[in-house]
Write a protein that binds this ligand. Structure first.
Ligand code: NDP
Length: 311
């Protein structure tokens, strides 16, 4: 193996990528972990994380990711910020390009995550984590007995709205049409729930609130009449879908119809030997930091075993 060929390259630095990095580094594989456009991943857009085991008092999302990065670096993982622009997985060693720079690697662990879709409203990124959220499981418990608004009409919106009824005084679901996209059973549950109210044919067009108190409401626009109304609430949850960050691998790796990478059952193996996928890039079901970290660990162990078998 030439010196310029790495044993493990990990694309993505969320909980999946950094956990893969910790395990690969402790196995002396000297992994290169590449930060993408959002170092630390989706958790860096949240504030308190109360459901990551080991932190009885909770921990701030960015701080948790910083700790994971330092833990990986402690075992000599190399963490670099650059953007992969092209990959060639047709033969080993695989090639990854970062504009002009080419890096070759025996194994590749993909943990590029998914990006929650947002509406693109003004001050969205300012208020994210301050009453505005893309994850009910992560942030719902902060809004006990308060007014909560969910945006969207698919299964995610239905699931999040139902989950949020455990906390909110009332949950209003704002949907841009007059019919839910969610599966029949989920839609029926939402429509029958005493704590949920639907606001049909409406779009959120403006966010109200200032940091640090956060969201105080928003402006809704009726898509038929153009009329606007103000809505008061303590939290707004976007549930308008996620986009897996898999553009780079199209035509090379197997994906489902929504673009999520397909991995073998009970494994992080993809359709190409030596390429592993972990975290939200292959999981549209759980999407939790701890499940991503768990699959990152699996990815590193599988990469290590693959290298042992092929060396
Ligand atoms: P979907 O793409 O299914 O739904 C997105 C929803 O958001 C739609 O109702 C859509 O409206 C709305 N939306 C999209 N863009 C905007 C926008 N710019 N402004 C306002 N509204 C918008 O995504 P989901 O995340 O809900 O689901 C993704 C996949 O995961 C689906 O296959 C789903 O079935 C599955 N899933 C399954 C679950 C389960 O079985 N428990 C739970 C969660 C997801 P419109 O309807 O008008 O297009």
């Amino acid at each position: 193996m030439s010196e310029s060929v790495r044993k493990v390259v990990i694309l993505g630095s969320g909980p999946a990528g950094l956990t893969a990095g910790i395990y690969a580094a402790r196995a002396n594989l000297e992994p290169l972990i590449v930060h993408g456009p959002q170092p630390g991943g989706q958790l860096t857009t949240t504030t308190d994380v109360e459901n990551y085991p080991g932190f009885a008092e909770g921990i701030m999302g960015p701080e948790l990711m910083e700790e994971m990065r330092k833990q990986a670096e402690r075992f000599d993982a190399k963490v670099e910020q650059k953007l992969a622009t092209k990959v060639d997985l047709s033969s080993r060693p695989f090639s990854i390009w970062f504009d002009e720079e080419e890096i070759k690697t025996e194994t590749l662990i993909i943990s590029t995550g998914a990006t929650a879709r947002t509406l693109g409203l003004d001050r969205e990124w300012d208020l994210m984590g301050h009453g505005l959220s893309t994850c009910a499981t992560c942030d719902g418990a902060f809004f006990r007995e308060q007014e909560i608004v969910v945006i969207g009409g698919g299964d995610s919106a239905a699931e999040e709205a139902l989950f949020l009824t455990k906390f909110g005084k009332r949950v209003r679901v704002v949907h841009r049409r007059d019919e839910l996209r969610a599966s029949k059973i989920m839609a029926e549950r939402v429509l029958a729930h005493p704590k949920i109210e639907m606001i049909w044919n409406s779009e959120l067009v403006e966010l109200k609130g200032e940091k640090p108190q956060g969201i105080s409401g928003g402006i809704l626009k009726d898509v038929n009449t153009g009329e606007t109304t103000e809505i008061e609430c303590a939290a707004i949850f976007y549930a308008i879908g996620h986009t897996p960050n898999t553009e780079l691998f199209k035509g090379q790796l197997d994906m489902d119809e929504n673009g999520y990478l397909i991995t073998k059952p009970d494994s992080t193996r993809t359709n190409i030997e030596g390429v592993f996928a972990c975290g939200d890039v292959q999981d549209h079901v759980f999407r939790q930091a701890v499940t991503a970290a768990g699959s990152g660990c699996m990815g590193a162990i599988e990469a290590e075993r693959f290298l042992a078998e092929h060396e």
